[in-house]
Design a protein around this ligand. Structure first.
Ligand code: PRP
Length: 215
């Protein structure tokens, strides 16, 4: 009999990876090799279950899945919105809950209210642009940053930021606040469009078990 092809998972490095592995373990999907924290390996295999796993940066996960380099991905909704890749979003995994918000000093509230032409710093220029231009009909200047975005209003680079708020402690410790909420976020499972058809049974079975586990 022909051996089953590997089903490949692209997981997001960092905060989401541990939670994803813990959830998959509950439905019997395991990868012992991946638990070795000191390992520098990038790809892990479960021969018995014919599964492969790799860790990637959040924004790259939808790219791997769109091109079929991974059949299944786990990634934050923020990256899905920002990257706009053509993938099936199949499941809200219920962890990694946070909010995409417009944040800044309280004084920036007036600028927002009067639809002033403000500067907005963000790691998420697509989400920021969509929010201000399409939802608020406000012309703004968007400045792309790659991290520690809270610095923007503090050092005078921007009036506000568009960023993820989880506990709110980064904002509090830097004298900033949530000014407007854009949307809630959480970890999502995504599937390659061709894999969904070619591997329907295996993928459906995983989704069914995950749904039961999450219910
Ligand atoms: C994220 C986000 C905020 C912070 C929010 O940053 O960009 O800075 O977490 O979390 P909190 O509300 O619980 O304080 P991350 O730690 O990923 O680093 P980065 O800013 O360098 O991207």
């Amino acid at each position: 009999m022909e051996e089953k092809r590997y089903l490949t998972f692209a997981l997001t490095k960092g905060r989401l990876a541990g939670k994803t592995l813990a959830l998959l373990e509950k439905i019997g999907i395991t990868c012992e090799e991946m638990k070795d924290k000191d390992s520098r390996r990038l790809i892990f295999v479960n021969e018995e279950q014919r599964l492969r796993f790799f860790l990637a940066k959040g924004p790259d996960v939808p790219t791997y899945v769109e091109y079929g380099a991974a059949d299944i991905g786990v990634v934050g909704k923020d990256e899905l919105l920002e990257e706009g890749r053509r993938v099936h979003e199949v499941l809200d995994l219920g962890f990694g809950n946070c909010r995409m918000c417009v944040c800044g000093p309280e004084s920036a509230k007036e600028l927002l209210r009067h639809h002033e032409r403000i500067r907005v710093a963000s790691k998420y220029p697509v989400i920021a642009k969509d929010y201000f231009y399409n939802k608020k009909h406000q012309t703004v200047d968007i400045i792309k940053l790659n991290g520690s975005v809270e610095l923007g209003p503090i050092v005078g680079l921007s009036d506000v930021i568009v960023d993820i708020v989880e506990t709110g402690s980064t904002l509090r410790e830097n004298g900033l606040a949530v000014l407007e909420e854009i949307c809630p976020l959480s970890a999502r499972m995504i599937v390659n469009r061709v894999s969904m058809q070619m591997e329907t049974e295996r993928i459906r079975s995983i989704l069914l078990q995950l749904r039961q586990q999450l219910a």
